[in-house]
Design a binder for this molecule. Structure first.
Ligand SMILES: NC(=O)C1=CN([C@@H]2O[C@H](COP(=O)(O)OP(=O)(O)OC[C@H]3O[C@@H](n4cnc5c(N)ncnc54)[C@H](OP(=O)(O)O)[C@@H]3O)[C@@H](O)[C@H]2O)C=CC1
Ligand SMILES: CC(=O)[C@@H](O)[C@H](O)COP(=O)(O)O
Ligand SMILES: [Mn+2]
Length: 396
């Protein structure tokens, strides 16, 4: 290990942010917090600043900054407060920073994550939406800047661990036949289609195995999470969608597998606790304690596998179609999904209407090439507009 690593945690008040800080706090000799960001949970951000003494905290507005500054001074903290996207990009790219945990949820994380990439940082990528939206541009920026991109998403971290170190030569060149992307199936894995219209946000957010933020929990319930992860895996591992097979594995113990041409299938297993992939990426290529208990195979006893049901979970089909279409299609898919999930969480639409809204947007907006970030955000805006129109046309 070479010296103390200074870390920026974007999205520190969220589920991934808190797990990251838990791992960091176990290794004060290795890691120091440089900056933390929050959005709505600002009293939690204050407590995190007091606990971890970052140089900077970032909040969304001038009013929030004024309040946090006053609270920090009262608590005797020297943390400086920055504002908005410019503040996020500043702490992501600051010369003092060694690694950035990108854990803002949704499209809001794209510019700050790209700022870290463009500054050549070690980027720990949880914010899958950023890569889904801007895949080709994002990966070009990684190659141009020499940033080290490490996947945090449990499946992608598992795949990363099961691939050889030189996988960027190309999957066929390193003997990979296909990637097996595991899916828990979510809370509605066994729910009949006829009952899905009545499910509530609380039921959707009650993931059987993982404790996560509300947006990704709904994505898991609709299996859009797996669709986004399919696209994420294509970019991270330079794979075609056809090289990736989704396998429903209800226990979430195997986090994904890599199938090699000689018939070997390598898997990564572990308890469903995000501190494992976070510790793996923070310390990579070394290994550190994450606080996660050892896997008890006798207690788990069995591992099950099923094919996904695209009839009940159309978001998976829509994602594969967007992955195949390329260009602006994944950005349209992602933006429509963000609007639909927010509407479902606000009880404005029923659960199956998430997929209806996304299909509506994808059917109406032509797919175009995206050569610039502006083109990505144009697609994002257009999809949000169409999704909002769907809501008002349906009286929601
Ligand atoms: N949770 C998990 O186990 C996993 C998560 N991921 C991915 O990691 C990312 C984070 O997920 P998770 O931690 O569950 O989500 P949470 O909702 O728990 O946390 C999201 C974080 O982003 C902040 N945030 C929300 N909106 C904005 C915005 N508009 N601008 C700036 N910051 C914002 C939140 O601040 P505040 O809370 O203060 O409002 C919070 O810090 C997602 O992309 C998700 O898909 C991937 C794999 C697993
Ligand atoms: C922890 C993690 O990586 C999540 O993305 C998790 O995979 C969600 O589970 P499913 O989408 O498989 O239900
Ligand atoms: Mn995942």
């Amino acid at each position: 290990m070479s010296g103390l690593q200074r870390i920026t945690v974007l999205g520190a008040t969220g589920s991934i942010g808190l797990s990251t800080l838990d791992v960091i706090a176990r290794h004060p000799e290795r890691y120091q917090v440089f900056a933390l960001s929050g959005y709505s949970r600002l009293s939690e951000l204050l407590a995190l600043c007091v606990r971890h003494s970052p140089s900077y905290a970032v909040v969304p507005s001038a009013e929030a900054a004024q309040q946090l500054r006053a609270d920090l001074r009262a608590a005797g903290s020297a943390t400086e407060v920055l504002v908005g996207e410019a503040g996020l990009c500043q702490v992501a790219a600051a010369p003092e920073v060694d690694a950035v945990m990108a854990a803002i949820v949704g499209a809001a994380g794209l510019r700050p994550t790209l700022a870290a990439v463009e500054a050549g940082k070690k980027v720990l990528l949880a914010n899958k939406e950023a890569l889904v939206m801007s895949g080709a541009l994002f990966m070009q920026a990684v190659r141009r800047s020499g940033a080290v991109l490490l996947p945090i998403d449990s499946e992608h971290n598992a795949i990363f661990q099961c691939l050889p170190g030189d996988f960027s030569r190309g999957l066929p060149q390193v003997g990979v036949r296909r990637i097996l992307l595991t899916a828990s199936g979510g809370p509605f894995r066994q729910t009949p289609q006829s009952e899905l219209a009545a499910v509530t946000p609380e039921q959707a957010c009650a993931h059987p195995n993982w404790s996560m933020g509300r947006k990704i929990s709904v994505d898991s319930a609709s299996m859009m999470n797996k669709g986004l992860e399919l696209i994420e895996a294509c970019w991270l591992f330079d794979a075609r969608p056809a090289q990736i097979e989704v396998v429903v594995h209800p226990q979430s113990v195997i986090h994904s597998l890599v199938d090699y041409v000689d018939g070997s299938v390598l898997a990564q297993l572990g308890n469903p606790d995000m501190r494992t992939p976070i510790a793996n990426a923070l310390a990579w290529p070394e290994r550190i304690d994450s606080g996660v208990a050892p896997l008890d195979l006798f207690a788990i006893a069995r591992l099950d596998f099923q094919a996904p049901d695209e009839q009940r979970f159309p978001c998976l089909r829509l994602s594969r179609e967007a992955a195949d279409a390329g260009g602006s299609a994944p950005a349209l898919l992602n933006a429509a999904n963000e609007v639909a999930v927010a509407a479902f969480l606000e009880r404005r639409i029923r659960f199956p209407e998430i997929a209806s809204m996304i299909e509506h947007v994808l059917d109406r907006e032509p797919v175009v090439a995206v050569d610039t970030l502006d083109a990505v955000f144009t697609a994002d805006r257009q999809a949000r507009l169409l999704a909002e129109q769907w809501l008002s046309r349906h009286g929601r």
